[in-house]
Design a protein around this ligand. Structure first.
Ligand SMILES: C[S@@+](CC[C@H](N)C(=O)[O-])C[C@H]1O[C@@H](n2cnc3c(N)ncnc32)[C@H](O)[C@@H]1O
Length: 293
């Protein structure tokens, strides 16, 4: 099971990542997905997922892994409220498009773009990363922080590849196991959040077969998760418990979110994430006479 957003920006529980989901429960057979009655997940994460200065330091470090490009065209997939989107605009002299399905986040980002005087070269697009509709080879860089898990690592690499110019780049920040054989309880917990989580070397091993070459990678220190995610989340849950004290459904969602924090506390050293910078290269098929685009 995983939680993603549908085309209307509603959180939807999937039974398998990237699966085609019915938006309402069906009376024929088991429902494969359902929209939450009220978007409590969005309320929980409002603001708590916004990138702060600690995390943006790593956005900058990741950007330095790729060569300097002249006025690159960048697509920030699952941009949210756009911390990385705006950082990318500052780091480059190019055009940046932030794509997300969550309208309130896009509205907040649009205000920030205007306030920063970046309306000429930073734009927002409402759309799903599961079905992107851009011309082929239209971006020098596709950037994804915390969003490729929605589609799955391999499928994201495959489906997004055609939008990247030849020799362009894909940069991904995703959750990792810091080492092999995570504790069983934690593994079971992540099965419910992100089935595709694996070690950095396992992600890296998958890259060449999807038409990319690894340019660089690095892991983020665990403290970033505390500073940028779990501390604000803890405070948010505390406030929402008071606001929704009479709403059993909302409290159940808050319990689930709280469990995530408990897991993090119980298993120090077992939460990780890493940036991977990849360059698009011609795909080589094992039995083909040579590389193809
Ligand atoms: C963990 S947040 C990351 C936000 C931003 N990239 C950052 O690093 O601050 C994941 C983002 O993916 C977006 N998202 C989830 N499902 C999506 C979908 N199907 N299409 C587009 N965006 C989606 C969410 O709305 C959210 O903004």
């Amino acid at each position: 099971m995983t939680v993603r957003m549908d085309d209307n920006g509603q959180h939807v529980i999937d039974s398998a990542p990237g699966q085609n989901i019915a938006k309402t429960p069906t009376s024929i057979g088991k429902p494969i997905g359902y929209a939450m009655p009220r978007d409590i997940v969005a309320e929980v994460h409002e603001g708590s997922l916004e990138a702060g200065p600690t995390r943006l330091e790593y956005t900058r470090k990741a950007f330095q892994m790729i060569p300097k490009l002249d006025k690159p065209r960048i697509l920030d997939v699952g941009c949210g409220e756009g911390g990385p989107t705006l950082e990318l605009a500052t780091l480059s002299d190019g055009e940046v498009i932030g794509l997300d399905v969550h309208q309130p986040s896009l509205e907040r980002l649009a205000k920030k773009i205007e306030a920063a005087g970046l309306s000429g070269r930073v734009h927002v697009v409402k759309g799903s990363l599961l079905a992107m509709d851009f011309p082929d080879e239209s971006f020098d860089i596709i950037w994804s922080e915390g969003s490729i898990h929605v589609i799955g690592f391999e499928r994201g690499l495959d489906e997004w590849r055609r939008f990247i110019k030849p020799e362009g780049f894909l940069v991904v920040h995703e959750a990792t196991w810091p080492r092999r054989e995570p504790p069983q309880e934690l593994q079971a917990h992540w099965q419910g959040r992100y089935r595709g989580i694996r070690t950095a070397s396992e992600y890296i091993g998958a890259i060449p077969t999807h038409g990319y070459e690894l340019v660089g990678h690095f892991a983020l220190p665990e403290k970033v998760w505390w500073i940028e995610y779990f501390c604000p989340l803890k405070e948010r849950i505390r406030v929402l418990r008071v606001r929704h004290a009479d709403d059993g459904g909302a409290l159940a969602v808050l319990d689930r979110e709280e469990r995530e924090i408990e897991m993090f506390q119980r298993y120090p050293g077992w939460y990780g994430s890493a940036f991977f910078a990849m360059q698009k290269v011609p795909k080589v098929f094992p039995c083909s006479p040579g590389p193809s685009a």
